[in-house]
Design a protein around this ligand. Sequence first.
Ligand SMILES: [Zn+2]
Length: 245
Amino acid sequence: MTKLFLACLSTETNTFSPLPTARSGYEAYCLHYGTATQAPANLMTESLHLWRAEAEALGWDIVESLTAIAEPAGLTTATTYRSFKNTILADIDAAGGADVVLLSLHGAMVAEGCEDCEGDLTAAIRARCPDAKIGVSLDLHCHLTDRLITAADAVITFKEYPHDDAIPRAAELWDIIRRAHLGEAAPHMALFDCRMISLCLTKEGAMADFVARLLAEEQAEGILSISLGHGFPWGMWPMWVRGCL
Ligand SMILES: [Zn+2]
């Protein structure tokens, strides 16, 4: 039987903020140990609800791990990130691995000592599940890294800001990863760095046209999905600072 592993870890980190995000920041907003799909859905857990429902319909075995979401603030403390990461990895170990892994992550999470939490976590999961199909959904205000792209089979971001398309994006990722697991698709990702960071609303004007074009281009032969990572302007990494000097 196919075993699906679910987890969610999400916060949007302002690296200029002096206020650290500790465990209490996650407790204050959303913290569940394997029970997030029993609670009302929010922007980052809508995907978990959808993935669980789809997997249950196929009779898959489902292992639901941590869901930890904090409101945007400063760096997540090292002990908090380490605790969450270790919890997720311990759950995978306890389950004996997984065939399919679906992660709802933010994409702009920075912790003390870890500039790329999404890449770090996904790579650690890949190390434990070398043959699994791993899908990651992100907010479009994300830092897409080679480490994340290499570790996952498919990464999809929201297309809309304000974010009102979490469910269709989750459905899109589910479809790609399910087909990959069944051997019906072989996703291969390519990442192009536009070397731009901006905040772009997508509901009108040029960005609405751009999103419409993304959706149209996805109909082309061989294209499974196209995402635009807008970046998060208040998530400056030291490596970026060095690159600007
Ligand atoms: Zn966002």
